[in-house]
Structures are given as C-alpha cells and as structure tokens.
Design a protein around this ligand. Structure first.
Ligand code: C2E
Ligand code: MG
Ligand code: MG
Length: 560
C-alpha cells in the first residue's frame, strides 16, 4: 500500500483524504512544489506500472514522453499556479516506455504548510486505440488495407493546396467482368483476387498513391508527371502487370482492365471533378473494345451532355410530332425497275439538333427503353401510311420495318403487332420486319417466340446488315428467316476487291441453299448491281436506284 514518506506529521490530518484517494480508480500523485513525487495511489501504479516506492522523490518529469515541449509544460504549471487548476489531455509514457495518453487534472495545494500539486490521471489509451481504429476504418479499405476514396480525396486536395504547381495524373482502373468472377467463383475468391491485384499494383507504382474506391475500382495518383506518353507507358505497364494470369485455389483467372486518365491542372482543379473525368474516360475505353486506356478529352463531356439533352428531348419527340418515316424502295433484280417493296427509315427532326441520324439517336432510345414506344409508333405510322395508299388504290408493296432487339425482348410483342395491324385493317403480308444479328445475344426464348409467332402470322423476316455481327451461319437456321440483307460494307468495295467478291459469293450461295431471298443494300453503282444480279442476288436497295424518300414521293412511285 502506498504511504506518505518524509512528510510533516501535521499534514497527516490528510489521512482520511489519503484513504479515499488510495481507493480512487483514477491515478493520483501528490508532489511538492518542486514537482517531486511524494505520494501515489494504486490506480496510478495500474496505469503507469510505477510502484510508489520506485518513484518517491523522483521528479514528475519522469513521466514525460517527449511529445510536449518544455515551454508547454512550464505554461501548464504557471497556469496552475495562477488559477489553481489545469485540465487537459497529455501524452505521458508508462514504466515500459509505452506512449500513455491521459486526461489529467493538476491542482495547486497550499494548506497547513503543505505546498505542492495534486495530479489526477485518467487513462485514455483504450479510447485512443479505438479512436485510431475508427480512423483506420474511416480512412482505409478493410479488405486491401489501401486508403479509401474519402481519405484519398482529402489527402490529394490538401497536397494540392500546398503544391498547386504540381502535375498529377489520376488513373482510374476498372476490372472488366469482375461481377462474373464473383458470381461464378464466389466472393471469397473475388476478395483474394482484389488483394492480389492491389499488391501487384503496389509493387510497381513506387511513390504513387493507390486507393481502392469501390468494389473493383482502383485509383492511382501519379505525381510529377506532365508527359502524356510517359503516363501512357506507365499505365500500360500497370495493365500488363494486372492482367497476368492469377492462380487462386488451383484456379487460373484471367482478367481484363479498363483505364481512364485525367490530368491536373490540364483537365480540372478539383480532385472529385478529376476523378469524375477519369471515370468518363474509362467508360469511353470500355465502349471501344480496341482501346483499354483512354485520356479524358473535353469532347467526351460534350458527348455525354449531348446524349443527356437528346434523351430529354427524345422523351417528347412523339408528342411534338418530331418523328418522320421516309421510305427507301427496293427493286427486283430480274425484272429491272420493278419495285418489290420499301424499307421504312426513321428520321428525327428536332428544333435544337436539326435532322438527327438514326445511328445517333436509336442507341439512346434503346438504352433508355424508349425504343419500345417509339417502335410501336413506327409500326402504327407505317400501317396508317399503307392504309392511305390502299384507300388511294396505289400499287401497295410490303414495307420493311427495322426492329430493335429491345422490342423483340418484350414478352407478347407479336400480340402488340397484331393489335396495331387490326386497328388499321392491314394484312400481315404487307409488313415485313428486319432484325440484326444482335438477336442471337438477347433474351433468346422471348425473341424466338416473338419471331416464330410473327412468322406464323404471315410477316416476312429479314436478317439485316448480315456479316457485320458475330453470328454464325449455323445460327441463321434457329430464327424463322425469309430474307438475308447483305450489309453495304461488303458491297462498297465489291467491284475492285477480289477477296470481297469471294466472300459475297459464298454468302449468297449459303443463303440460297437455306432458301433465303437475298437482298443487297447500299448499291450505289451499276457495276455493283450487275455483279450482285450475276451471282443470284434477288433484290437491290441503294442510292443507285433511289435514296430514302418522303411518303409523298414514294406514293408517286407506286402509282399504278
Ligand atoms: P439499316 O436498317 O441498315 O438501313 C439502311 C441504311 O443505309 C439507311 O440509313 C439508309 O439510308 C442507308 N442507305 C441506303 N442506301 C444506301 C446507299 O446506297 N449507300 C449508303 N452509304 N447508304 C445507304 P439510315 O436511314 O441512316 O439508317 C441507319 C440505321 O438506323 C438503319 O440501318 C437501322 O439500323 C437504323 N434505323 C433506321 N430507322 C430505324 C427504325 O425505324 N427503327 C429501328 N429500330 N432502327 C432504325
Ligand atoms: Mg434495315
Ligand atoms: Mg442494313
């Protein structure tokens, strides 16, 4: 038990107080005015490891950790001398030299000839450790141990405040198909893979800063880099490292990566903004299978903005009557000049964007799902045009309508078609549909069902743009096809290119053997027409015969 030593008898009236302090759970030390320790309690021993016997008459400075300057300590004591008490958090050290954060209250006492200080300590180390843990959780990604998005952003912002003249590159890395790896091999393997990826990057980036932003997204901040080529080479190096085969639990894993890069100060000044721009570049890299690394370019933002504006405007395009259908006639090759039908082609005439090519706006309507209602509008419009021509007693021929895969993925799409036709009193034989090879990658069951029913009802189905997609000849037989439209890309160089001729010859031969009618689109010259006719192609469509024309002009062509 602690005891007071070398102490004036008359001070021992503090005995009661002494007992109370002995039992206190907070550490207590009493020193004389020279700050020599005269008394300490058990709790102090528990907190610091110092027994009273070890430290009696020692200066209290033996607890100092070096964290605080001498001036600070003197300021504390002069405050105590002046105001009687000081309270605050300080960092001491324990008997083993470990850092010991404490909450301390130092009081000046001068009673009955006893002048000195009473110091009461509360150990903060547990709270501090949990504080540190909280900070760790807040700043670090628990899986890889890398700093997270918040810390990265704060840190770089702070760095830029102090070094505004730096040249930085922000490289956003996205692992392609990571979700598939997680789904097929399990999240545990996914986690191991992420750790391995982060280790591989860490090994080669030197002083650069790596952060894990999100699931499979990493960001590297490269410092002091202004040369684009140099950045690109480093990114290629990182990409090579990441994409080398992984072996986890006996499984070989291959992965691909997309990288988007933005640069400070060229592209922006704010870290969050720069990451957003790197993200835009990354999506651009992802859009293009031949480009895995892309630098941000302001045109990318313009494209996104334009797409956003177009999306909004397309929403009202039907109501504002901005869509128009034009018709491109198709001609029989055997009976030259005979119109066998026409293809309906959509035009969007918008106040802001002018006349927009379908190649620009159809993908937007597909991504947003708008194509479904626009597609229904198209079918309705073609039916109503045909009805007008029938009523005018014109030589009505079938009209081909391009279908998006999104329409064919609508359950019971064929019933919707039936409704529209019925409403206009049009027979199915007058409406044909053009599909593309993309149907082989969609919701196969629903698409097949729709195509089967459409065919059963009497609609002819063409495979459009044949040869540009990835489908094989074999797959052609799985859909109820009647016609095959050879893409204009094959026709373009047909006359000069012998290899192209061989290819087209075999496409026609194959189509014939499957009893498909062959249509050549993009016929621009007589020679092209002649060649195609020669090899057995049945129908021609192209500028050589007619450009797509307005409904009124088409009516002129089909007057009997
Ligand atoms: P597509 O179905 O292959 O349509 C043929 C495209 O080739 C049309 O372009 C047409 O104007 C163009 N073309 C016709 N003859 C020639 C020629 O001799 N030379 C050249 N260079 N081009 C020729 P357009 O109208 O710009 O349509 C482009 C694509 O947009 C269409 O390709 C089709 O995939 C899509 N599209 C057009 N209208 C619709 C529609 O109503 N619905 C859907 N889902 N897609 C449509
Ligand atoms: Mg077409
Ligand atoms: Mg086509």
């Amino acid at each position: 038990m602690s005891k007071i030593k070398n102490y004036d008898e008359k001070s021992l009236h503090l005995n009661l107080l002494h007992k109370a302090l002995s039992l206190n759970t907070e550490g207590v030390i009493i020193t004389d005015i020279d700050r020599k320790i005269k008394w300490s309690n058990n709790a102090f021993e528990i907190i610091t490891g110092y027994k009273f016997e070890d430290i009696v008459d020692e200066k209290i400075s033996l607890l100092e950790s070096g964290e605080h300057s001498d001036e600070f300590i003197e300021r504390v004591y002069s405050f105590v001398n002046k105001f009687g008490v000081w309270k605050g958090e300080i960092i001491n050290k324990d008997k083993d030299g470990n850092i010991l954060p404490v909450d301390v209250k130092i009081s000046y006492v001068n009673e009955d000839g006893l002048e000195g200080y009473v110091c009461i300590y509360r150990d903060l180390s547990h709270e501090k450790i949990s504080d540190r843990r909280i900070r760790e959780l807040r700043d670090k990604d628990s899986l890889t141990g890398l700093i997270n998005r918040t810390y990265f952003t704060d840190y770089i912002n702070m760095f830029l405040k102090e070094n505004p003249k730096s040249d930085l590159s922000f490289v956003l890395i996205d692992i392609k198909g990571f979700k598939n790896i997680n789904d097929s091999l399990g999240h545990d393997i996914g986690d191991i893979l992420l750790k391995k990826i982060s280790n591989r990057i860490l090994e080669i980036i030197g002083e650069d800063i790596l952060s894990r932003f999100d699931g499979d997204e990493f960001v590297i901040c490269m410092k002091d880099v202004s040369d684009k080529k140099y950045v690109l080479n480093r990114c290629k190096n990182i990409m090579d490292t990441i994409t080398k085969t992984y072996e986890i639990e006996g499984k070989e894993i291959h992965l691909g990566v997309n990288m988007g890069i933005s640069r400070y100060p060229l592209d922006g000044k704010d870290v969050t903004e720069l990451i957003r721009l790197a993200d835009i570049a990354m999506y651009k890299a992802n859009d293009n299978p031949d480009m895995n690394i892309a630098f941000y370019d302001y045109k990318m933002s313009m494209e996104i903005e334009e797409r956003f504006l177009m999306t909004n405007m397309l929403m009202d395009a039907i109501d504002k009557d901005e869509f128009e259908l034009i018709y491109q006639p198709m001609f029989c090759n055997v009976n030259e000049g005979e119109i066998v039908g026409a293809e309906a082609l959509l035009r969007w005439n918008n106040g802001e964007f002018g006349s927009v090519s379908p190649e620009r706006f159809i993908p937007i309507t597909e991504n947003t799902g708008m194509i479904v209602s626009i597609g229904n509008w198209i079918i309705g419009k073609v039916c109503s045009d045909i009805r007008t021509w029938i009523d005018k007693n014109l030589n009505v021929r079938p009209i081909s309508i391009n279908l998006s895969i999104k329409q064919l993925e609508q359950k019971d799409f064929y019933l919707r078609v039936m409704d529209i036709l019925e409403k206009h009193n049009i027979i199915p034989e007058l409406i044909e549909f053009e599909i593309t090879e993309s149907v082989t990658s969609g919701e196969k069951d629903i698409i097949s069902e729709n195509l089967k029913e459409l065919s059963k009802n009497g609609h002819k189905i063409s495979m459009d743009d044949f040869g540009t997609g990835y489908s094989s000849f074999g797959k052609l037989t799985t859909f109820n096809l009647d016609k095959l439209k050879i893409d204009k890309i094959f026709i373009e160089n047909l006359v000069e290119d012998k290899k192209m001729q061989k290819l087209v010859n075999s496409i026609v031969a194959m189509a014939k053997s499957l009893e498909l009618t062959v249509v050549a689109e993009g016929i621009e010259t007589y020679k092209q027409f002649e060649y195609m006719k020669e090899i057995g192609c049945d129908i021609s469509q192209g500028y050589f015969f007619s450009r797509p024309i307005s409904k009124i002009k088409y009516e002129e062509l089909i007057k009997i």
